[in-house]
Design a protein around this ligand. Structure first.
Ligand code: NAD
Ligand code: UGA
Length: 455
C-alpha cells in the first residue's frame, strides 16, 4: 500500500500531495489533472499557485517520489490509494443553481476510476462534498459488473491558503470518515498509518463518513460565522463610536470564545466559505429544515452587506460622488500571502466603484493577473499596476482591501503628497495605524471605528 494517486492538482491536491511525498519517502505519489497547463506548471520552476514554503517542498520531492501527470486514467490501476481533489464549485444551472455543489467534475472522476481500475482501491474524498456523497460515490463505483472492491473514505482538508504548508505540516486535526464494516475499518487504518508518519496519533480523528463530510461544511460555516458576527457588530460600532478592535479583544479573551478569527474586515472571500455555506443551506432545505437553512444563509447575507456598506461609506464620505475620481485599490487577493482572488471582496467592491463611475487602479503583489481576468469586462475603467505609489498618484482615495503586511510599511507621507486633496484612506482590514495617517492630513476610515476626518 504505497502507491498514491491524487486526481486534481489544484490548491489542495498539489500542496497536500507534496507534503505526503515529503513526509513519506517510501510512498510514490502521483498528482494528475486534466488541465495539461497546470501540470506543466507543477513541473516547472514557476508553480501554478503561490504558497509560502511550497516551492522548497515540491522541488525536494519532484522526480524522487512526487510526480505530476496530465493523464489521470494512466495511473489509476497503478495506485492503491486514490485521493479525489477536484473542484466542487457552486452549481450555476438547473436544480439548486446558486446553492448546491456542482458535482459534475467529481462524478466524472468516479467514472474514470471505475473504467480504469482492475484491482481493489481505497478512494478518498479530499474535495469538500455534500453529506452522503460517499454513498453516491460507492454506488457509481460498484455500478458495473467488475469484481473490483472500492472502499470510500472521507478525509476533508482544512488547510487555509497562504498558510497551507504550515497547516499541512502541523494540522489541528486530520479527520478520516469510514464505513463501520471490516473493510471500512481496514481502509481507515491504512489512511491513519499514512498520516501517522508526521501527525501525532491523538490529532487523527476517525468518524463515520457522514459525520466527516458534514464536519467539513460545519467547520467552514463556523469560521465564516465568526467573521460575519464581528462584521455585523462593526456596523453597530460605526454607529455608536464603540471600537470593534476593543470589542473583539474583550469578547475573544473569554476562553470559551477565543481570540482568533475575530478581525472585522471588508468581508470574507475565498473559494470555499460562501460555496460551502450555500451547500449547507441547500442541504438543510433539501432535508426540510428551512429554519436551519435560514440561520446559515444569514452568514452570507451579512458578508454581502459588509462589502456593499464599504462602498456606500466611501460614496457618502467623498461628498456623495465618485464619478471621475481615481481610487487606488491596495490589494485584490482574498487574503494576504496568496494570489488567489476567488470570491475576493475586492471583486464586488471594484465593480461597485466602477458602477459609481470611479476610475479604479488596482495594485497587488501576487494577484494582479487574476484581478485582470476577474475584471476583464471592465478594462476601460480599471487599471492594474505593480507599484502602490504609482496606483496612488493623483488618486482621491486609497481603499485597502487585502491585509498584505507590506501595505503597513509604505511611505504614506509620499503617498499623501502625490494624491488629490482632500485625500481619503478606507482601510478595509484595519491594517494601518489611523492616527499617524490622520496627522499626515488623510481622512481615515477603518472598519468598525470612528473615522478620523477633517471634512
Ligand atoms: P482547484 O480548482 O484549484 O483544483 C481542482 C483541480 O481539479 C483543477 O486543476 C481541475 O482541472 C481538476 N479536475 C477537475 N476535474 C478533473 C478530472 N475529471 N480529472 C482530473 N482533474 C480534474 O480546486 P481546489 O481549491 O484545490 O479545491 C478542491 C476541493 O478541495 C474543493 O472541493 C474545495 O472545496 C476543497 N478545499 C479547498 C481548499 C482551498 O483552500 N482551496 C481548502 C480545503 C478544501
Ligand atoms: C478557509 C478555512 O480557514 C480553512 O480551514 C478551509 O480549509 C478552507 O477555507 C477551505 O475549505 O477552502 P481560506 O479560505 O483559505 O481557508 O482562508 P481563511 O484564512 O479562512 O480566510 C477566509 C476569508 O475570511 C479571507 O477573506 C479572510 O481575509 C477573511 N477573514 C478571516 C476575516 O475577514 N477576518 C478574520 O478574522 C479571519
Amino acid at each position: 500500500m504505497n502507491r498514491i494517486l491524487c486526481i486534481g492538482a489544484g490548491y489542495v491536491g498539489g500542496p497536500t500531495m507534496a507534503m505526503i511525498a515529503a513526509k513519506c519517502p517510501a510512498y510514490k505519489v502521483t498528482v494528475a489533472d486534466i488541465n495539461p497547463e497546470r501540470i506543466r506548471a507543477w513541473e516547472s520552476e514557476d508553480l501554478p499557485i503561490y504558497e509560502p514554503g511550497l516551492d522548497e517542498i515540491v522541488k525536494a520531492c519532484r522526480g524522487r517520489n512526487l510526480f505530476f501527470s496530465a493523464d489521470p486514467d494512466a495511473h489509476i490501476e497503478d495506485a492503491d490509494l486514490i485521493f479525489v481533489s477536484v473542484n466542487t464549485p457552486t452549481k450555476t444551472f438547473g436544480q439548486g443553481a446558486g446553492m448546491a455543489a456542482d458535482l459534475q467534475y467529481w462524478e466524472k472522476t468516479a467514472r474514470q476510476i471505475l473504467a480504469n481500475a482492475k484491482s481493489d482501491k481505497i478512494v478518498v474524498e479530499k474535495s469538500t462534498l455534500p453529506v452522503r456523497t460517499a454513498a453516491a460515490l460507492a454506488r457509481i463505483l460498484h455500478s458495473g459488473d467488475s469484481p473490483v472492491h472500492f472502499e470510500v473514505l472521507s478525509n476533508p482538508e482544512f488547510l487555509s491558503e497562504g498558510t497551507a504548508v504550515r497547516d499541512l505540516e502541523q494540522p489541528d486535526r486530520v479527520l478520516i470518515g469510514g464505513a463501520d464494516t471490516e473493510s471500512g475499518r481496514r481502509a481507515a487504518a491504512e489512511l491513519v498509518r499514512l498520516y501517522e508518519h508526521w501527525v501525532p496519533r491523538e490529532r487523527i480523528l476517525t468518524a463515520s463518513v457522514w459525520s466527516s463530510e458534514l464536519s467539513k461544511l460545519a467547520a467552514n460555516a463556523f469560521l465564516a460565522q465568526r467573521v460575519s458576527s464581528v462584521n455585523s457588530l462593526s456596523a453597530l460600532c460605526e454607529a455608536t463610536e464603540a471600537d470593534i478592535g476593543e470589542v473583539a479583544r474583550a469578547v475573544g479573551m473569554d476562553g470559551r470564545i477565543g481570540p482568533r478569527f475575530l478581525n472585522a474586515s471588508v468581508g470574507f472571500g475565498g473559494s470555499c466559505f460562501k460555496k460551502d455555506i450555500l451547500n449547507l443551506v441547500y442541504l438543510c432545505e433539501t432535508y426540510g429544515l428551512p429554519e436551519a437553512a435560514e440561520y446559515w444563509r444569514q452568514v452570507v447575507r451579512i458578508n454581502e452587506y459588509q462589502q456593499d456598506r464599504f462602498v456606500a461609506n466611501m460614496v457618502s464620505s467623498m461628498f456623495n460622488t465618485l464619478a471621475g475620481k481615481r481610487i487606488a485599490v491596495f490589494g485584490f487577493a482574498f487574503k494576504a500571502q496568496t494570489g488567489d482572488t476567488r470570491e475576493s471582496a475586492a471583486i464586488r467592491v471594484c465593480r461597485h466603484l466602477v458602477a459609481e463611475h470611479a476610475h479604479v487602479v488596482i495594485t497587488d503583489p501576487k494577484a494582479l493577473e487574476n484581478a485582470q481576468n476577474d475584471l476583464a469586462d471592465l478594462t476601460a475603467r480599471v487599471g492594474f499596476v505593480h507599484d502602490p505609489y504609482e496606483a496612488a498618484r493623483g488618486a482621491h482615495a486609497v481603499a485597502l482591501l487585502t491585509d498584505w503586511p507590506a501595505y503597513a510599511d509604505l511611505d504614506y507621507a509620499r503617498i499623501y503628497a502625490s494624491m488629490m486633496k482632500p485625500a481619503f484612506v478606507f482601510d478595509g482590514r484595519n491594517l494601518l495605524d489611523p492616527r499617524p495617517l490622520f496627522e499626515l492630513g488623510f481622512n481615515v476610515y477603518g472598519i468598525g471605528k470612528a473615522p478620523l476626518t477633517r471634512v
